[in-house]
Design a binder for this molecule. Structure first.
Ligand code: UD1
Ligand code: CA
Length: 479
């Protein structure tokens, strides 16, 4: 059985993006371009058999995807896709490791490629006994892509790939002459590829060593070069410009939304909703327009996420209502909880079952127990709050003294009156009660009342006398 290794070309500058970030570290569908391609490659090969060519801002790329365990091949100067493969050949020679019989070459900027299609490419390559098998497509516009010239229209055999920049005047004027494009994804017989790489020339308008020139070189040697078309055009589209990336992003998110709808999730106006690929959502959950569900988020059954909420890396139980305009980041929310409108759950917020976090309430690194309520205008930071607690409007945990963050601990069934400040570190034991507008600086034992404010003074008749005085002085001024 012949062996297969995978090369991912990710060294290029991405000049057309006009971005400070390397192209392969841009995201579509909430995932890095290169991560998409590595994930596809991992369905066919072990990390040690995947070789990622890096050049432009190589350190950033290495850091971003290093945890996948893939190999990296340096391409210090980026002299074209053919040169990228020359670096791979040199790396094999230098290491003394025998290359696999075949190399599948993927492009770091063609992210929608499906594993099934790579399997088709690989089986076609073996069946045809080819030296090079090219994955192709016929998109609505071939503009910008290399064109695949077949030896005869119905033949799988290819005679050459012609780069966009090398098209003749006639071919440019009549794009319908060659509609089939090169996806930049191939399988090569390694020996045949390595043999040809040394013969590549850079005497073209881009001054680059084109990997695509290998096709004609192999044909000249009498080697079989074949083409196989992908089932869908979208999966072979490249991401060379921001506009192309956003096109792929929309396509990917549309597919994701369809997948969730097929599993019983209602998505109103799915074209306005942004769902990342790793998200899971239970049936009977409803997403309203303009919601964003990002990162590693999991949402249970029967939830409703109202418009303009952004939920990132969070876990929601069943039957949670997230009202409009909530922001959740790395939060955990129990079954039946009610959030918002305009609640902000910052990292490490743990909201219990049937708990409420209402209007303009911010939580950070806080546990709010089952059935507890903080309905209005609060900041709860570094707090451990028990069950059945009522946090009145405007309550603030003072968790920061300018140097250290300290914890507020509140037992079960505590009532904290409105507009109170709890100066941490502090403990309010089970069933204790804080009078409204208190500044609490000392621990409260179970069942106690804490009042921390000055006593009210009432001056009988004062307001009436003042109003009368003001009215008199005004009538004097008007004389
Ligand atoms: C390439 C193909 C073109 C095909 C298109 C499909 C060549 C010469 N042309 O064109 O036929 O239709 O892909 O998307 O191959 N890279 C390196 N090192 C380099 C240059 C590029 O690693 O020196 C990497 C890039 O990071 C990128 C990939 O190779 O991930 C493709 O390079 P790019 O410049 O985007 O090629 P295209 O012009 O799109
Ligand atoms: Ca490209």
């Amino acid at each position: 059985m012949s062996t297969l290794g995978i090369v991912i070309m990710a060294g290029g500058r991405g000049t057309r993006l006009k971005s400070a970030r390397p192209k392969v570290l841009h995201t579509v569908g909430g995932k890095l371009l290169l991560q998409h391609v590595i994930d596809a490659a991992l369905t066919l090969a072990a990390p040690a058999d995947i070789h990622v060519v890096i050049g432009h801002q190589a350190d950033l790329v290495r850091e971003a995807v290093g945890s996948t365990g893939v190999h990296f091949v340096d391409q210090p100067e980026q002299l074209g896709t053919g040169h990228a493969l020359q670096m791979v050949k040199a790396a094999f020679l230098a290491s003394g490791i025998t290359p696999p019989d075949n190399l599948m070459v993927l492009s770091g900027d063609v992210p929608l490629i499906r594993p099934e299609t790579l399997v088709t490419l690989w089986t076609t390559h073996q069946r045809e006994g080819a030296s090079m098998t090219i994955l192709t497509a016929i998109p609505p516009s071939p503009q910008g892509y290399g064109r695949v010239l077949r030896q005869a229209s119905a033949s799988p055999r290819v005679s050459a790939i012609i780069e966009q920049k090398s098209l003749s005047a006639e071919q440019l004027a009549h794009p319908e002459l060659i509609q089939e494009i090169n996806s930049g994804i191939y399988v090569f017989h390694s020996t045949a590829l390595f043999h040809c790489l040394g013969e590549l020339k850079n005497d073209n308008s881009a001054g680059e060593f084109y990997l695509t020139d290998v096709a004609a070189l192999l044909v000249k040697e009498g080697d079989p070069v074949v083409a196989v078309a992908a089932d869908s055009v979208n999966e072979v589209l490249g991401a060379n410009t921001i506009s192309e990336m956003m096109h792929l992003d929309a396509a990917m998110r549309a597919t994701t939304a369809q997948h969730h709808m097929a599993n019983g999730v209602t998505i109103f106006r799915p074209d306005t909703v942004i769902i990342d690929s790793a998200v899971s959502i239970g049936p009977d959950t409803i997403l309203e327009p303009f919601t964003q569900i990002l990162g590693n988020t999991s949402i249970g059954k029967g939830c409703r996420i109202r418009s303009y909420s952004v939920i990132q890396d969070s876990t929601l139980g069943d039957n949670v209502l997230v009202r409009n305009g909530c922001i959740l980041d790395n939060a955990k929310v129990g079954d039946g909880a009610l959030l918002g409108p305009y609640a902000h759950l910052r990292p490490e917020s743990r909201i219990g079952e049937n708990a409420h976090v209402g209007n303009f309430v911010e939580t950070k690194k806080t546990i709010l127990g089952d059935g507890s309520k903080a309905n209005h205008l609060s900041y709860l930071g570094d707090a451990v709050i028990g069950k059945g607690v009522n946090i009145g409007a405007g309550v603030i945990t003072c968790n920061y003294d300018g140097v250290n963050k300290t914890v507020t601990t509140i037992g079960d069934n505590v009532f904290v009156g409105s507009n109170s400040t709890l100066v941490a570190p502090i403990t309010l034991d089970d069933g204790s009660y804080v009078a409204a507008s208190s500044c609490i600086t000392e621990d409260l034992p179970a069942g106690a009342l804490g009042i921390g404010r000055s006593r009210q003074t009432t001056k009988e008749g004062w307001a009436t006398r003042r109003r009368a005085g003001l009215a008199a002085s005004r009538s004097y001024e008007n004389l």
